[in-house]
Ligand binder design. Structure first.
Ligand code: IYR
Length: 220
């Protein structure tokens, strides 16, 4: 069966407008920083839901949208997540991470302690779904990791664009999130994203970002 097709077009844009808009967008995106010191100031549920809807609008392999966003503001669940994450992280920092990795993190200043998991008003746990069962049949999803990455990117941008701070946190291993969120075995924790406002005294590392020239090639 051929697909049913509908018209698609984009609004015509003046080239000067395009360049100006691209510059503004770049300035806005380049100012985003990972936040590890959150304020407990509440964020309306509607705002988080709209940012998640933006994440959910991302393209995905065969349009399967192989992801789930679990959104948490229940202090008891946040506490459970903090305790489990810190237990794994302490083990990682003390015993599992090779010196080379610890050295790479030194300029960022991270430790096993993750108070932001209780302080940030919302925790968003993004799961990737590698397969789904319908009528007793296992259906494989396509490019679930890439798809979940795109959904995460759209979500992070939507948050930033409305003035919300985020962190892409990856406690490791993070299977505990599946148990705490009561998700089935085909859903694999992909990212844990605290969402909120930076604490009043929030500071971020004064990092040097890799120059674009090192990451960009035109043609061959
Ligand atoms: N998961 C640890 C370690 C960590 C790893 C990377 I790669 C980072 O960019 C930052 C931290 C933690 O969250 O502390």
């Amino acid at each position: 069966m051929p697909p049913r097709l509908i018209p698609y077009s984009l609004p015509p844009r003046d080239p000067d407008w395009q360049v100006q808009r691209a510059r503004e967008l770049l300035t806005e995106l380049d100012a985003r920083r990972s936040c590890r010191a959150f304020s407990s100031r509440p964020v309306p549920r509607e705002l988080v839901e709209l940012a998640i809807a933006a994440g959910h609008s991302a393209p995905s392999g065969a349009n399967r949208k192989p992801w789930r966003f679990v959104v948490i503001d229940d202090p008891a669940i946040k506490r459970e997540i903090r305790i489990a994450a810190e237990a794994e992280e302490k083990e990682s920092y003390d015993h599992r991470m090779p010196q080379e990795w610890l050295d790479a993190l030194e300029p960022i200043g991270t430790t096993w302690e993750k108070p932001f998991l209780e302080i940030a008003p919302w925790l968003v746990v993004l799961f990737r779904i590698d397969w789904e069962e319908t009528n007793g049949r296992r259906l494989k999803n396509y490019y679930p990791a890439e798809s979940a990455g795109l959904a995460a990117g759209f979500f992070l941008y939507a948050c930033h664009a409305v003035g919300l701070a985020t962190l892409t946190h990856t406690p490791s291993p993070m299977n505990f999130l599946r148990d705490i969120c009561r998700r089935p075995e085909n859903e694999k924790p992909y990212l844990l994203i605290p969402v909120g406002y930076p604490a009043e005294d929030c500071q971020v590392p004064d990092l040097v970002k890799k120059p674009l020239a090192e990451a960009l090639q035109w043609n061959r």
